[in-house]
Write a protein that binds this ligand. Structure first.
Ligand SMILES: [Zn+2]
Length: 57
């Protein structure tokens, strides 16, 4: 399983609340650290920043 490019991660924001996101390597997800807390999957090292694909808390 490959990790996303850190330079790419810096550019990402949550598409739902436009908050900051952070990569969680243990779970291979991108987690919103803003208002919504949505968690986006990472597939083959590529973050899938789609609200439809997110886990909602
Ligand atoms: Zn968010």
């Amino acid at each position: 399983m490959s990790d996303p490019d850190p330079r790419l991660l810096e550019l990402l924001v949550c598409p739902n609340c436009h908050g900051e996101v952070a990569y969680v390597p243990e779970e291979s997800v991108i987690e919103c650290r803003g208002e919504c807390g949505y968690r986006y999957p990472v597939r083959d090292g590529l973050p899938v920043m789609l609200i439809d694909e997110a886990d909602k808390p």
